[in-house]
Design a protein around this ligand. Structure first.
Ligand code: AGP
Length: 603
């Protein structure tokens, strides 16, 4: 959680760069924001509670400088106030720090520093860092102070520090929370993710866990946890900045929904050959694939819902048992991980703390871990034994859309690759995958009816989503999308479960979204719909277009389904748009819903 940005250059243009970077990282947290410049006359700071736009109004009086740091906050310790906003400074205003993550032993350190005469002004855990640096002489020798302070800090975090006495460097530490060094010309950058400096460079170095770096305008040095000077590989992304901007859409979420057909093409690019999947492009050898006897998927939120669909696809295509668990639960369950189990961690950001914990646990058990992620250079990508990228491009809206559907596609590819490794190739499914981007465009063109549906849905307090099989998994994602951005209470049920309790909640006019893309289960779901309608419920159907026009549904959206094994992503589009338009109708902050952040790097 939280986004951090650093700049060090030869010209005095740190301020506009950092401000721009913070705007791009605002999805990581938007409770407060701030910028500090290291100037010879001292640290100059401006910060403000609320969104970046509020910070902008106080930046005007900040003098220019060549070195600085910035922060956009998602509050953990201390309420979102001006005082708790980062950057934080030492007692004399000579050192400033920004921090992402949690300092677990901050109370003990704070008490010790207060006893030594330091004055604290915030409730944050972060503020112990600049005071600790001051304690170790950081104003004059920041690098050495950071080394000493590092040994005292416990927790999972990343931080940047600058000193007014050394305005030619930013010192950075990464312990678990993500941190990248962007490589520019006569200037270098630091940020929690690529999008902050994508306008300036596509080249970066991902700091590893335990690394400390000293970054200057034309050089950077990195030391590992053992204090050895190390070379970390330079990574290059092919995203352009337009991909990270809204591209003319009113919200990132809408843009990201609309660009799904392209994202699917990118995700499939180079991974299909005739009637086969190019297994090597998935990051796993044929040898390994052929020895997988079980799969355990771990993930959170939307990624978990993608995992549920992955389970159905893999089990049906290749008959390997798949378990799917929410990472925050799985890590504490003392799970049994049998020999031959492939542990798949799905995460758009590659930084979700619980998902990473599961991967570490599985590695300790000696199991092969496999990351399905969208983020090049993320912790998950680097820690898992193998990685496959979803290639969805930057996803900025907090509500995940294109990352979700590309995760499902990658899991379909994996199912087909597993099948091939067992001489069970399914060329007809490979062909259907090829058709998906075209069908995606077709679905997007038919979506006017969803807007009308949303305008009606917006008047309700409760909405139910039902389906069977893969449609149940889709229903779970549909309800999460609606909840997180419209704040309407929504719940998903396996259609056959309604009569075991929830049916009692259905009354005249209660909206029920029924998903029927599994045509073999259609008849069963229709019986459940009739039960709903008999109690006065109003049914909104997202259905396979081949199903009869006589289905007992009040409002119907048709999907050009081929097979649920590969086409479920098409049905995700109306579910995403239904949530989107409902939130827009209600005037909600679609891209930055309350209480949420894009990347959850704390437990
Ligand atoms: C999705 O709309 C959510 N914002 C959230 O559930 C998200 O999918 C979850 O936090 C997992 O994130 P990850 O994919 O980056 O691990």
């Amino acid at each position: 959680m939280c986004g951090i940005v650093g700049f060090v250059g030869q010209k005095a243009d740190a301020l506009p760069f950092i401000f721009d970077g913070l705007k791009r990282l605002e999805y990581r947290g938007y409770d407060s924001a701030g910028i500090a410049l290291a100037l010879p006359q001292g640290i100059a700071i401006r910060k403000s509670k609320g969104k970046i736009t509020l910070l902008e109004s106080v930046l005007g009086s900040l003098p220019p400088g060549p070195c600085g740091i910035g922060h956009t906050r998602w509050a953990t310790h201390g309420r979102p106030t001006d005082q708790n906003a980062h950057p934080h400074t030492d007692c004399h205003g000579e050192i400033a720090t920004v921090h992402n993550g949690i300092i677990e032993n901050f109370q003990e350190l704070r008490a010790e520093l207060i006893a030594a005469g330091h004055q604290f002004v915030s409730d944050t855990d972060t503020e112990v860092i600049p005071h600790l640096l001051e304690h170790y002489g950081g104003a004059q020798d920041l690098e050495s102070a950071v080394r000493q302070a590092e040994m005292r800090l416990k927790g999972a975090y990343a931080f940047l520090a600058v000193s007014s006495h050394e305005p030619d460097k930013v010192v950075a530490v990464r312990r678990t929370s993500p941190l990248l060094i962007g490589l520019g010309k006569n200037e270098n950058y630091l940020a929690s993710d690529f999008s902050a400096f994508l306008a300036a460079t596509r080249r970066a170095v991902a700091m590893e866990n335990g690394d400390m770096a000293v970054v200057k305008p034309t050089t950077y040095q990195i030391w590992d946890a053992g204090g050895h000077l190390v070379d970390r590989p330079v990574i290059e992304v092919d995203w352009d900045i337009k991909q990270a901007e809204r591209g003319g859409y009113p919200h990132f979420m809408l843009k990201e929904i609309m660009e799904q057909p392209e994202a699917w093409s990118d995700c499939l690019l180079g991974r299909l050959d005739g009637g086969r999947v190019v297994s090597s492009e998935l990051g796993l050898s044929n040898e390994l694939l052929s020895h997988v006897s079980r799969i355990q998927i771990v993930a959170a939120g939307t990624a978990y819902h993608a995992g549920l669909i992955g389970k159905a696809i893999i089990e049906r295509v290749v008959r390997i048992p798949v378990a799917v668990d929410v990472a925050s639960e799985y890590r504490y369950q003392e799970p049994v991980l049998e020999q031959g189990t492939l542990v798949i961690a799905i995460s758009q950001s590659g930084e979700t703390a619980d998902t990473l914990a599961c991967v570490r646990m599985a590695k300790e058990e000696g199991r092969v871990t496999y990351a399905v992620t969208n983020s090049v250079g993320s912790t998950l990508a680097r820690e898992a034994d193998a990685v496959v990228y979803t290639h969805a491009g930057p996803e900025i809206a907090v509500a995940s859309t294109k990352a979700y559907t590309t995760q499902i596609l990658v899991l379909s590819l994996l199912a087909l690759a597993l099948a091939q490794s067992r001489d069970m190739a399914r060329p007809e499914l490979v062909q259907m995958l090829r058709e998906l981007p075209g069908l995606g465009h077709e679905v997007l063109e038919r979506m006017d009816a969803v807007k009308t549906m949303a305008e009606k849905l917006a008047n309700n307090h409760d909405v139910f989503y039902v389906g069977r099989g893969i449609d149940w998994a889709l229903a779970m994602e549909g309800q999460l999308k609606l909840k997180e951005i419209s704040y309407i209470h929504a719940e998903a049920y396996a259609a056959g479960e309604l009569k075991h309790g929830t049916l009692a909640l259905i009354e005249e006019g209660t909206p029920v979204v029924a998903i029927i893309t599994e045509s073999t289960l259609a008849e069963k779901t229709v019986s459940n719909i009739l039960e709903v309608k008999a109690r006065g419920g109003e049914v909104w159907g997202i259905v396979d277009e081949k199903l009869p026009s006589t289905l007992p549904i009040d409002h119907r959206i048709d999907i050009p389904m081929r097979s649920p094994l590969v086409s479920s992503v098409l049905a995700a589009i109306p579910l995403q748009l239904l949530a989107y338009w409902t939130a827009v109708t209600l005037g909600k902050d679609v891209d930055q819903p309350r209480n949420l952040a894009k990347s959850v790097t704390v437990e």
